[in-house]
Write a protein that binds this ligand. Structure first.
Ligand code: PLP
Length: 383
């Protein structure tokens, strides 16, 4: 009934039926590991043991699936646990994965080092270059892994065109939608097969929970991944699921403000003498601007800067902001600053995914934008 509703309504109501026993508007946090059976095998509502299923987790899985417009949602203990589940469900030794050459460092580490150790190969490629993607796919390629906008250089790639290339070659097309969130971009509608989230970021939205999710349309693939989720057990706990549900209810509002603040900051910094380049898809000068305008309904809260003064300027600036706190992660209501080459992307140093030493990444929060700009200006005045 709820699924025919629009996004902002689904964010609040999908999967969130009131508690039938007490009438509580907010479904309870089912902090339980197990469920009483009425006689052997007599389950009251299908729940047997919370690794296999828990009503709070179900509420989150229904909510996320509705927001991405997919048939099935699966919630995990982290974004990487979600990624691991889809990789395990699909890949066997000898298989091959194509992923972006600026994919999230942890994704590359999982594909290259963890999966590489048991015979799964990968090729990294510039996903904005469709011909390069096409030629990277080989007979053994089982997954085309897309991340757009990418991290930290905010490269935008064409999900529909890439999905067509992947499907023509018989690969599964997976999109990591963490940066945009379903409020701004819905990959399944552009032809992707699977959406991955680190719900730690915008979906949770308050920097107080680690989690991940998958949304899958295909019933058979969903069954395979559900089995991995149950058999491996990297599920989200009830409290984590509750916090994520609570965060998601304000997702649409938050993304509007994140986008507005980031746009104002990008425009302000684009003319700054200490800044060489501002990487933000909302700027008309960004190479992916037109594609982003078609593919997304807003440009999001993430942007990166290349500092004219190189590594020294980037480090000085990174340690001089006050409102923007120096920390890994992103997507919370509070503004954060990250120095990728030594923080989030330290694991890809020395690889093709290495991030230049003059790059600083901002996760623009929903504070007053004048305060944020004043903070950036005072920090820039020190470099
Ligand atoms: C953070 C992040 C992940 C990993 O998620 P965790 O919740 O930290 O495990 C994956 N992809 C992107 C784009 C991320 O930003």
């Amino acid at each position: 009934m709820v699924s025919s509703k629009k996004f902002d309504t689904l964010a609040i109501h999908a999967g969130q039926d009131f508690d039938p026993t007490t009438g509580a508007v907010i479904p309870p946090i089912y902090q339980t590991s197990t469920y009483v059976q009425d006689g052997i095998g007599g389950l009251r509502s299908g729940y047997e043991y919370s690794r296999g299923g828990n009503p709070t987790r179900t509420a989150l899985e229904l909510q996320i699936a509705a927001l991405e417009g997919g048939a099935h949602g699966l919630s995990f203990s982290s974004g990487l646990a979600a990624e691991d589940a889809i990789l395990r469900a699909v890949l066997a030794p000898g298989d091959h994965v194509v992923l972006g050459n600026d994919a999230y460092g942890g994704t590359f580490r999982l594909v290259d080092r963890v999966n590489g150790a048991w015979g799964i190969r990968n090729t990294t490629v510039d996903q904005a270059d469709l011909a390069a993607v096409e030629s990277a796919i080989m007979a053994e390629t089982k997954i085309l892994w897309i991340e757009t906008p990418s991290n930290p250089l905010m490269k935008v790639s064409d999900i529909a065109a890439l999905a067509e290339i992947g499907h023509r070659a018989g690969t599964l097309v997976v999109v990591d939608n963490t940066f945009a969130s379903p409020a701004l971009q819905r990959p399944l509608a552009h032809g992707a097969d699977v959406v991955v989230h680190s719900t730690t970021k915008y979906l949770g939205g308050h920097s107080d929970v680690i989690g991940g999710a998958l949304v899958i349309d295909d019933d058979e693939l969903h069954e395979k991944v559900r089995f991995i989720q149950f058999a491996v057990g990297a599920v989200s706990a009830p409290m984590e699921a509750f916090l994520t549900i609570r965060g998601i209810k304000t997702l649409a509002l938050r993304m509007e403000r994140h986008s507005r603040n980031a746009q104002a900051i990008a425009e302000h910094l684009a003319g700054h003498p200490a800044v060489e380049t501002v990487y933000y898809p909302g700027l008309a000068t960004h190479p992916g601007h037109e594609l982003a305008a078609r593919q997304m309904s807003g440009f999001g809260g993430m942007l990166s800067l290349a500092m004219r003064g190189g590594e020294v300027a980037a480090r000085t600036f990174s340690e001089a902001t006050r409102l923007f706190q120096l920390a890994e992660s992103l997507g919370g209501v509070e503004s954060l600053l990250n120095y990728p080459s030594e923080m989030t992307h330290a694991s890809v140093r020395g690889t093709e995914l290495e991030v230049p030493a003059n790059i600083v990444r901002l996760s623009v929060g929903i504070e007053d934008v004048e305060d944020l700009i004043a903070d950036l200006d005072q920090a820039l005045s020190r470099v």
